[in-house]
Each structure stands twice: as structure tokens, then as C-alpha cells.
Design a protein around this ligand. Structure first.
Ligand code: ZN
Length: 257
């Protein structure tokens, strides 16, 4: 009896310490869980390092992405958008940062008419010659403009002049949440001596399942609007479905060859 009383007394004395210990344990647990959450989220959000830019998507299905780089003017972009709207075809537009704000009506149309908004960088310079921080700065400047002009936040980038090889281009792009997209079929609509028929033929003879097709919508490529209907009709005749880059990536993984 005596022993019991003493034990109870001791236990009572220890109670405040035990409560304090328990409280500390709870606080600590919450802290650990929270830290765990942060770590998990960071891990989940960590950008998977891209091994190479995507030139095409691995699929046997007759589906392709038709893409336009646009960095200057409205004379070509306007009819290109008209043609796509008329046929209800959605493409991916790689918009350069300054153009996004300089031609807001085109930027808005691209987004509003259901095309995919992507980035063509800010200054039209070779990224592979820039230090990593400069590349990131360039991409983020373009991102800001494009978001302001279209309300969309792009995460695909086509590097100016396609210059992604070498340097820290992939790393820089991936670190700011971007995936680098190239093309496998170049329409060569930027060649000065090409007729619209030749541009269309260039696409139609090279197209293949999972292809990413490059065209331009800047003023300088003034034969693109004439070539585009032939490209669209030819692709349809061959049984191809045209989608955006992000849609195409649902058919298979992006690859370099
Ligand atoms: Zn360009």
C-alpha cells in the first residue's frame, strides 16, 4: 500500500513533464510530416531531365503535330490563323517573347482559337552559346510576355534557330519547367526560292507517324499561307490527323530519331 502511494505520488509529480514531452512529440511529428510533405512535393515537381530535344513522337498511328514559329508581323500569321480556323485544326505556335506583346491581337487569337501556346524564346539568339543563367533569363522573359499576351503559361520551347545542342540549353530549359521541342520534317518555307507547291511537297513526301512538322508564321515566310491549304489537304488525303504537340505526346514518348 505504501509502495503504491509512493509510486502514484511519483507519477503525479512526473505528469507535467510527461505532458510537456507529449506536447513536444506532437509538435515534432507535425514538423516531420510537414517537412516530409515539402520533400515529396519537391520530388514530384522536380523536372525530369530531358536527355535530348524531341524531334518526333514514337507511335504507329497516323497522327502528327503541325507547328509554327512566329516571331514577327501579322501578314502571314493572320491568313494562317484564318485557314486553320476555317478547317478547325489546332496547331502549336512557338511565339517569341517580344512578338507576343507587339502583336496582341494575333497572340490573343492563337490562344482563343484553341491553338497550343508555346515559346520561341525572347531574343532570337543561339541559346547554346549563352551561359545557363542567361538562357533561363531569356526563357523566363519570354514566358512573362507570352503569359501577359495570351493568358497561357507555355512549357514547350523551340530554341531560336533550333540551337539546343551543346552548352546548358536542355538543363536550363528543364530547370525552368520547359521541354525543348524540335521538328523532324522541315517544310523549308523559310527558303527564299521555294514555291508554295514545293513547300507542300516537302512536307507531304517526308511526313510519317508521330512527326513534328515545322512551318513559320512570320512575315518573312510569305509563301506559307499559300502552301498551308495544300499541306492540310495532302495530310488529310494520306490519312493523317493533325494535333498539337502536347496531344501528340499522348500517343507515345518524345524521341530524337
Ligand atoms: Zn525562329
Amino acid at each position: 500500500m505504501r509502495v503504491w502511494t509512493i509510486n502514484l505520488y511519483k507519477w503525479k509529480r512526473r505528469l507535467p513533464f510527461m505532458m510537456a514531452f507529449l506536447a513536444a512529440a506532437v509538435v515534432l511529428s507535425v514538423a516531420v510530416i510537414r517537412t516530409g510533405d515539402v520533400t515529396t512535393t519537391a520530388a514530384e515537381n522536380a523536372v525530369k531531365q530531358q536527355q535530348a530535344a524531341y524531334y518526333q513522337v514514337k507511335t504507329d498511328e497516323k497522327v502528327v503535330a503541325l507547328t509554327f514559329d512566329w516571331s514577327y508581323g501579322t501578314k502571314v500569321a493572320q491568313p494562317v490563323l484564318d485557314i486553320l480556323k476555317e478547317r478547325n485544326i489546332k496547331c502549336t505556335f512557338f511565339i517569341s517573347g517580344p512578338a507576343a506583346l507587339k502583336y496582341p491581337e494575333i497572340s490573343k487569337r492563337i490562344a482563343e482559337e484553341g491553338h497550343e501556346v508555346a515559346s520561341h524564346g525572347h531574343e532570337h539568339v543561339d541559346f547554346n552559346k549563352l551561359p545557363k543563367e542567361k538562357i533561363k533569363e531569356n526563357i523566363l522573359n519570354a514566358h512573362k510576355n507570352i503569359k501577359e499576351a495570351t493568358g497561357k503559361e507555355p512549357n514547350f520551347i523551340r530554341c531560336p534557330n533550333g540551337a539546343w545542342k551543346g552548352g546548358d540549353v536542355l538543363k536550363a530549359a528543364n530547370e525552368v519547367g520547359y521541354t525543348v521541342i524540335q521538328w523532324d520534317t522541315d517544310s523549308l518555307d523559310w527558303f527564299k526560292d521555294r514555291t508554295p507547291e514545293q513547300i507542300a511537297q516537302q512536307v507531304l513526301k517526308n511526313v510519317h507517324p508521330g512527326d513534328i512538322i515545322l512551318m513559320h508564321a512570320s512575315d518573312v515566310t510569305d509563301r506559307t499561307p499559300k502552301a498551308l491549304p495544300m499541306v492540310l489537304e495532302g495530310l488529310e488525303k494520306q490519312g493523317y490527323k493533325i494535333v498539337t504537340v502536347s496531344e501528340l505526346l499522348k500517343y507515345g514518348p518524345g524521341t530524337t530519331d
